[in-house]
Design a protein around this ligand. Structure first.
Ligand code: PLP
Length: 374
């Protein structure tokens, strides 16, 4: 095909028509970009809720071993990983769906069960991907206002469910607000939902609350309940892109038809399997992150910028000049996440880093607060 063949087609006009009203996901600013923009030698990214301690050494070794197999397609069924997850959660392998990050799982579920004219209900400040996936599916977004504490308002969400509702999305803990619902509240919500509604319970940060909440997979009951989890946060494998959902086998059989055949790559499969087998390492890092989270929340309280308790691997900062504080921190090589896109312009979301990274954050914040006070 010659270049002129392609130039005759107005690709932009076609794309605009198809993506009208679709807004893009805006990720945390990459370190390299900040270094370029500011001419800095070093920066700390606290914008994407990654695990600052990195992956388990066992997961790294498994990926190294896998290098020589990269000319082969991955196991399209993720057999070994599915078996390990099924054993872990005491379910059948047919009740496990594995995705290219839990993001893919969420998108597949919404695309599969909600189409043009259907409604998807989620909290106004629930994880942004629910809105994006609903839009992309051509379904109607029902964003329910959150509580005064920025949590999911389950009563209002229940009231928002209509005959057209096909999917409800709940993030627990929620990103970006860090709020938590307990399983009794969730079961009451589920009990009142018709059997055919798919309820996605997104537990990307579950490991950070495992000690304060019962395991949803053992506790909650509803035929349309889908619990999603990820290896990106506690397991430190965000770059591998691997997450999963556990649900009724007949529901997942339908979703599997929408799935790309080789959606989870070789490295992701072996790394996740090895990471699952290194529970001691994961729990040690989760404990460290929780200790550091408490330290940051206490420091934020002292500085008068606290925005309440977080149950995930990030904390929230609240200040009328949050935008200026963001610029000041970036000048010092620290990258937080602005939340204006969620309608929270006075807030910054800051991932819990290593102890040294958090030292740098607190020092930087001290300077930033003095700057914005003048
Ligand atoms: C609540 C929530 N769900 C899902 C995801 C997607 O994570 P991943 O696709 O890396 O599994 C994220 C990522 O930040 C999240 O915060």
């Amino acid at each position: 095909m010659s270049e002129t063949d392609c130039m005759e087609i107005d690709w932009m006009a076609r794309a605009v028509a198809q993506t009208q009203g679709l807004y893009p996901y805006i990720p945390g600013k990459p370190v390299e970009q900040l270094l370029r923009e500011k001419g800095l030698p070093h920066a700390v990214k606290l914008a994407s809720n990654e695990n600052a301690y990195g992956p388990s050494p066992k997961a790294m070794a498994a990926m190294q071993m896998e290098i020589s197999e990269v000319h082969r397609y991955p196991d399209g069924d993720c057999t070994a990983l599915k078996m390990a997850l099924a054993e872990r959660h005491v379910v059948k392998t047919s009740q496990v769906l594995i995705g290219n990050g839990s993001n893919e799982v969420l998108e597949l579920l919404i695309r599969c069960f909600a189409g043009v004219g259907d409604e998807v209900v989620y909290s106004q400040r629930g994880f942004i991907v629910y809105a994006l996936a609903t839009q992309a599916a051509g379904a109607i977004q029902i964003a329910v206002p959150d509580t005064a504490e920025l949590g999911h308002d389950l009563h209002a969400m229940a009231a928002a469910v209509t005959d057209k509702t096909k999917v409800v999305c709940i993030a627990n803990p929620n990103n970006p607000t860090g709020t938590l619902l307990n399983n009794d509240e969730l079961q009451t919500f589920l009990d009142a939902r018709p059997r055919h509604i798919v309820v996605i319970l997104d537990e990307a940060y579950d490991e950070f609350v495992a000690d304060v909440k019962s395991d949803s997979l053992q506790t909650l009951k509803h035929p349309g309940l889908v619990v999603s989890r990820t290896f990106s946060k506690a397991y430190g494998l965000a770059g591998c892109r691997v997450g999963y959902a556990v649900a009724d086998a007949s529901l997942l059989a339908v979703v599997n038809r929408f799935r790309e055949p080789f959606n989870v790559n070789n490295f992701a499969q072996v790394a996740a399997l090895a990471a699952l087998d290194d529970e001691e390492w994961v729990m040690d890092k989760v404990a460290k992150i929780k200790t550091e989270r408490t330290r940051l929340e206490t420091a934020f309280d002292g500085l008068g910028v606290s925005a309440g308790k977080s149950y995930a691997n990030f904390v929230l900062l609240k200040h009328a000049k949050a935008g200026d504080i963001l610029n000041e921190l970036e000048d010092q090589g620290i990258i937080p996440r602005p939340l204006a896109g969620y309608g929270l312009k006075d807030y910054l979301r800051i991932s819990v880093g290593t102890s040294e990274e958090n030292d740098a954050l607190l020092q930087g914040l001290d300077v930033a607060l003095k700057q914005v006070a003048v």
